[in-house]
Design a protein around this ligand. Structure first.
Ligand code: SF4
Ligand code: SF4
Length: 98
């Protein structure tokens, strides 16, 4: 049985958050992510899949298993989104369910 994936969490305090609907698709996270240059996907694209409620596409993206958890995307996001935390959540979901 597939474990439900809870990604959309509203802001709370000044810590990085995982409100994917705050993402404006600026692409800063992807521009600074070294892994996005060797994958057809990127953090920006994966977040877009989530905004479109295409959880399957996000979880199955080869990109999430390539993520090195360097945190650069989280540091660079002007919207304060914990992009690396979202990738960590997705990769866990990927290995549990696929
Ligand atoms: S944490 Fe992952 S997605 Fe973010 S910049 Fe690093 S490798 Fe890329
Ligand atoms: S840097 Fe932040 S706002 Fe820009 S595309 Fe990435 S997650 Fe979205």
């Amino acid at each position: 049985m597939t474990e439900p994936l809870q990604i959309h969490q509203p802001r709370s305090g000044s810590e990085g958050h995982s409100d994917i609907f705050d993402c404006v698709q600026c692409g800063y996270c992807s521009a600074y992510c070294k892994v996005s240059f060797i994958s057809e996907d990127s953090p920006r694209k994966v977040i877009r899949f989530l905004q479109q409620d295409d959880i399957d596409k996000a979880v199955k993206s080869s990109f999430v298993t390539l993520c090195k958890q360097c945190q650069t995307c989280t540091w660079m996001c002007p919207q304060g989104i914990d992009v690396a935390g979202i990738m960590r959540h997705l990769v866990r979901h990927h290995f549990i369910n696929y």
